[in-house]
Design a protein around this ligand. Structure first.
Ligand code: PMP
Length: 420
């Protein structure tokens, strides 16, 4: 195989083409912020399903709702049917998320995963505008299907699939040029210059914080500039909130802080709330040009996920408590990470993040990898991200206690020291 990770299922090794992350144990149970391997050893989970477990593992309120639903013979698969679980979710999503923010979106179930939501967004943008080109950003990640990969700024991920970049162009993300060029002026000039050969794009797709790309945080003013550029040049703005949505940055949507209203929004990962597959594509009602069945799929709309999603919204988003808690703990994490950088003998470390997504950048991927390995050995799950795997990414459950946060940050600090 091409994955040089330890084999964990020795007996079936020859039959299985499985990709295990670099954690050479077999996990068995999980609760809250902790996973347990089959020997019963606990691990603090600051990976959290790459942002799918904002409410922790087996969150009691969500588990109760799911168990009750199953005990009552609730429908697990109701393809394209109206169901009570679906209606409850839509009503709750409307009253807890859309209405309080005066967001006018229509809600679409594009399929089970984030990639499905991105595909639907790209298709919709092209259909609405009658144009084909999509603008995305350096180091963006939007999924692994052909369309979402075409707008993903990671050459290695594209190369294997031989995805051509037809109708996809890349702009520098915020700070990519270290402020040496005004943010969008060059692009605007090209758009206005008929001789530039630049196809007028249908849409721009952006993450407000690039998760897979290395926790690159766009400034609010940069996002506002981008929204303004889209407005001036009649391009749709798609915010891919698959990883940063559902409270990861504090607000329910990561774009709220910038005060922008995208035309299309993708959500997945933590929207189901319990690690169950679910995705949403939200769009302004006037963009609804879909014909019935035009974007279909057998596993669109997962009823058990509707149930846990509804319970998550009811429990955490009827008031602003989770938001406040997340924002107040951002400082705590930042301070701990800055201390860790200041103490590091080797130097060259830097920190960035928002809410409860943080990146610790090393000068090379090798050291970041060694830190993750040491963290695992001492009871903390964290992963690398970034174009060279040089950023250790922290995504603790938003429900982690202060003690758990401090414990994880302590293990991380000792792991960094261990590799100095
Ligand atoms: N968009 C973003 C911003 C993501 O982080 C991801 C997953 N890491 C995706 C899309 C793809 O989602 P999925 O893996 O659920 O298809």
């Amino acid at each position: 195989t091409d994955i040089a990770t330890p084999t964990v299922f020795e007996t079936v090794e020859s039959e299985v083409r499985s990709y295990c992350r670099a954690w050479p144990v077999v996990f068995e149970r999980a609760a809250g912020s902790r996973l347990y391997d089959e020997q019963g050893r606990p691990y603090l989970d600051f990976f959290a399903g790459a942002g799918s477990l904002n409410y922790g593992h087996n969150n009691p309120a969500l588990k109760r709702a799911l168990l009750d639903y199953l005990a009552d013979d609730g429908i697990t698969h109701g393809l394209d049917m109206s169901t009570t679980a679906k209606r409850d979710f839509l009503e709750t999503f409307h009253s807890t998320v859309l209405e309080p923010r005066a967001l006018p979106y229509k809600v679409m179930f594009p399929g089970p995963t984030g990639t499905n939501a991105v595909e639907a967004a790209l298709k919709l943008a092209r259909k609405v505008t009658g144009r084909q080109t999509i603008v995305s950003f350096t180091n963006a990640f939007h999924g692994m299907s052909l369309g979402s990969l075409a707008v993903t700024g990671n050459a290695a991920k594209r190369a294997g699939a031989g995805v051509p970049l037809n109708h996809a162009i890349r702009m520098p993300f915020d700070d990519y040029l270290d402020g040496r060029l005004p943010d969008f002026l060059w692009f605007e000039r090209l758009l206005e210059d008929a001789g530039s050969g630049l196809d007028h794009p249908a849409a721009v797709i952006v993450e407000t914080v690039q998760g897979e790309g290395g926790v690159n945080v766009a400034r609010a003013e940069w996002l506002r500039g981008l929204a303004e550029l889209c407005r001036r040049h009649d391009m749709l703005l798609i915010v891919d909130d698959v990883q940063m949505g559902c409270g990861r940055t504090g607000d329910f949507f990561s774009f709220e802080e910038a005060g922008i209203t995208p035309d299309i929004v993708t959500l997945s990962k933590s929207i189901g709330g319990y690690g169950l597959p679910m995705a949403l594509c939200l769009f302004r009602p006037e963009l609804d040009v879909w014909q019935p069945g035009e974007h279909n799929g057998t596993f669109r709309g997962n009823n058990p996920a509707f149930v846990t999603a509804t319970a998550a919204l009811d429990t955490y988003w009827r008031d602003g408590a989770l938001r406040e808690r997340t924002l107040s703990r951002a400082d705590r994490v930042e301070r701990a990470l800055l201390d860790l950088c200041a103490d590091d003998g080797r130097g060259g470390l830097s920190v960035r993040g928002r809410g409860l997504v943080w990146g610790l950048e090393f000068t090379d991927g090798e050291r970041a990898d060694a830190v993750c390995r040491r963290a695992f050995e001492t009871g903390l799950l964290v992963e690398t991200s970034g174009p060279r795997g040089e950023v250790v990414k922290l995504l603790p459950p938003l429900t982690a206690t202060d003690d758990e946060l401090d414990e994880g940050l302590g293990i991380l600090a000792r792991s960094v020291r261990h590799t100095a």
